[in-house]
Write a protein that binds this ligand. Structure first.
Ligand SMILES: [Zn+2]
Length: 189
C-alpha cells in the first residue's frame, strides 16, 4: 500500500482504540500523543524505501532514505513479527521518557501505536507481494493465502485508490462523527 493509505488506516485504527476504551482520566496530551504516534507507527515499516512518505516528511529524509535502501531490501525485517517486537521496545522506551506531568496515558498511547504498526503489516498482506512475517525466513505471507493470492490488490492501483482509500476515509469520518462527544470531553474538560 502507499503511504497515504497506511497513514489513514493507522490513524483510524489507533484512534478507534483510544476512543472505544476511553477513561475519564485521559488528557488532551494523550489524544495528541496517540495521533502523532499512530501517524509515525503507520509509516515507519516503510523506512526501508527511499520514496516512502516517512522520509518525505523529515528533513534530509530523501538522503537518509537512499542510504537505508542501499542496505535493506524493501519489505524486510520491518514487515515481520520481529519488527513488531523491536518497534514495541523502541516505542515503549520513548513513551516512558515522557515526564508524568504531561499527563500522557502511556499504556494507551503504546497500544494505539502498536495497533497502527500492525495495521501497516495487515494492509501490506492484502497486496500481491505479501510480507515476510517470519523474517529472517524469506517466505512471503498474504491474505488470502496461496493459491488464492490472485485476488489480492496491487499497491497504488485503482482498487487501493478508489475503494480502500475512500472507504477508510469514510470510516475515519464516521469514527470522529460518532465519538465527537468524547473528543469534546477530552479537549474541553
Ligand atoms: Zn509496507
Amino acid at each position: 500500500m502507499t503511504g497515504k493509505t497506511h497513514q489513514i488506516i493507522g490513524i483510524t485504527s489507533g484512534l478507534a482504540y483510544l476512543l472505544l476504551t476511553l477513561q475519564p482520566i485521559y488528557s488532551p496530551a494523550t489524544l495528541a500523543t496517540v495521533i502523532v504516534s499512530c501517524h509515525i507507527a503507520a509509516l515507519i515499516p516503510d523506512l526501508d524505501r527511499a520514496s516512502s512518505m516517512f522520509w518525505n516528511s523529515v528533513p534530509m529524509g530523501k538522503v537518509a532514505g537512499y542510504i537505508t535502501e542501499l542496505f535493506i531490501k524493501h519489505r524486510n525485517i520491518s514487515h515481520s513479527i520481529l519488527g513488531i517486537l523491536i518497534y514495541f521496545g523502541i516505542a515503549r522506551y520513548i513513551l516512558y521518557l515522557f515526564p508524568a506531568y504531561w499527563g500522557v496515558n502511556v499504556p494507551t498511547a503504546l497500544t494505539s501505536a502498536m495497533i497502527a504498526y500492525c495495521s501497516h503489516l495487515i494492509a501490506d498482506m492484502i497486496t500481491v507481494q505479501g510480507v515476510p512475517l517470519f523474517f529472517p525466513f524469506k517466505r512471503m505471507f498474504g491474505i488470502p493465502p496461496k493459491p488464492f493470492d490472485g485476488i489480492r490488490i496491487v499497491t497504488g492501483q485503482w482498487f487501493e485508490n478508489f475503494v480502500v482509500f475512500p472507504f477508510v476515509n469514510i470510516l475515519f469520518t464516521a469514527l470522529i462523527w460518532t465519538k465527537w462527544g468524547v473528543i469534546h470531553i477530552i479537549l474541553l474538560r
